[in-house]
Design a protein around this ligand. Structure first.
Ligand SMILES: *Cc1c(COP(=O)(O)O)cnc(C)c1O
Length: 376
């Protein structure tokens, strides 16, 4: 690519709202200790590798053909997994949808329910990708505020729903970057209000983004238990975090069949490759093994939170595989100091805070040691 445009080059008709935008993404740096994007530190076992590779070989023999557009086998396997993980009933392929990461699932949601003249709502601080889905689908974006402790005030949130009348409200639980889960009665209250707060008196689609749900503490329920009575609820999940398959790109959601049907309209044909379907199906057959480390990651998270508090820092109580901690007058200096010591974390969220992903015990030790040095 040449940096200097030709003198008579025509101007590209880029959408004005994109003209000065940079592509989103955390820095991908070559550093020994990567604790910046909430990945699972444990790679798949050799047994999983062998099964996934065999499934990919079978899929490869059919790659002259387009993949199964409806991927019902995978949707059934995901329904079975969710029923077991969250102890719910009544889910089948018609209730499930999947795409290349839950990022694409969210885009499908905004393509189907957002668009010009419509609004998407969330509550800051929250996942920094949400406004990008809104921008990319020409959906207006409104961010309310969370409370000082990063919880959501149900009445304030309900009032904003009535005022903004969003087509979609995006509520991560546990939230990123704070790790805070939503109590079910808050979700239920918002679902009640949302029945008529959408465009023209329709419902607002309530998206509970449960990307980190498998890391929740004992007794914290999933919004999946509310699906039956709420046709305007979508609960999204991913194989990127607890399953340790961020590189496979498989996100999914559960919702009433009518909501899923709306997503089937906007997806690109054959959006989920035969290879992706094969990888996800083979991996789901190894759920227990892939998730074997979730319990130890939870323990590791709780121990790290205690360590941070014991060292005089604030740590937001987390139901996810990361912790938001602080507060620093110069958080960038702390982030840089850690990086200089080979530890990459994330400079994100409200000013003064940093986010660290829970890694292996060795990685946590490297992080805490580096932090002690940096804070001197
Ligand atoms: C990591 C994350 C996701 C998952 O993204 P994928 O596209 O499935 O990898 C979704 N939502 C939130 C809030 C996340 O932090």
């Amino acid at each position: 690519m040449t940096a200097t445009p030709l003198p008579d080059a025509p101007r590209l008709p880029i959408r004005p709202e994109l003209a000065h935008e940079e592509p989103y993404g955390a820095p991908q740096l070559d550093v020994p200790i990567l604790l910046n994007v909430n990945e699972n530190p444990y790679p798949p076992s050799e047994a999983v590798v062998a099964d996934v590779a065999a499934a990919v070989a079978v899929a490869t023999r059919g790659l002259n053909r387009y993949p199964d557009r409806e991927f019902r086998k995978l949707r059934t396997a995901l329904a079975t997994y969710l029923e077991r993980e969250s102890d719910v009933g009544g889910l089948d392929a018609d209730h499930l949808w999947a795409a290349n990461g839950s990022n694409e699932v969210m885009l499908h949601l905004l393509q189907a329910f957002g668009g010009p003249g419509r609004t998407a709502l969330s509550f800051a601080p929250t996942y920094s990708m949400y406004p990008e889905y809104a921008r990319d689908t020409n959906t207006a974006w409104v961010a309310g505020r969370r409370e000082e402790d990063f919880s959501l005030d149900p009445e304030a949130a309900a009032a904003l729903l009535r005022e903004v009348r969003p087509a979609v409200v995006l509520l991560p639980s546990p939230n990123n970057p704070t790790g805070t889960a939503l109590p079910l009665d808050t979700v239920q209250h918002l679902l009640d209000v949302a029945r008529t707060t959408g465009p023209d008196g329709a419902a607002t689609v309530v998206v509970i983004d449960e990307a980190y749900a498998e890391f929740r503490r004992a007794g914290v329920p999933s919004a999946l238990t509310l699906l039956g009575a709420n046709p305007h609820l979508a609960v999204s999940r991913t194989m990127s975090k607890a399953f340790g398959l961020a590189g496979a790109r498989l996100g999914y959601l559960a919702a009433a069949p009518a909501l899923v049907d709306a997503l089937r309209v906007v997806r690109l044909p054959y959006h989920l490759s035969a290879v992706t379907q094969a990888v996800a199906l083979a991996a789901l057959a190894h759920t227990d093994e892939l998730m074997a480390q979730v319990a130890s990651l939870r323990d590791e998270r709780d121990a790290l939170a205690t360590w941070l508090l014991e060292h005089g820092l604030d740590a937001v109580p987390s139901d996810a595989n990361f912790i938001l901690f602080g507060k620093f007058t110069d958080r960038h200096a702390v982030w840089q100091g850690l990086l200089d010591r080979g530890v990459l974390i994330r400079e994100t969220g409200p000013d003064g805070w940093l986010r660290v992903t829970v890694g292996t015990p060795q990685e946590t030790a490297a992080f805490t040691q580096a932090l002690v040095e940096v804070l001197g």
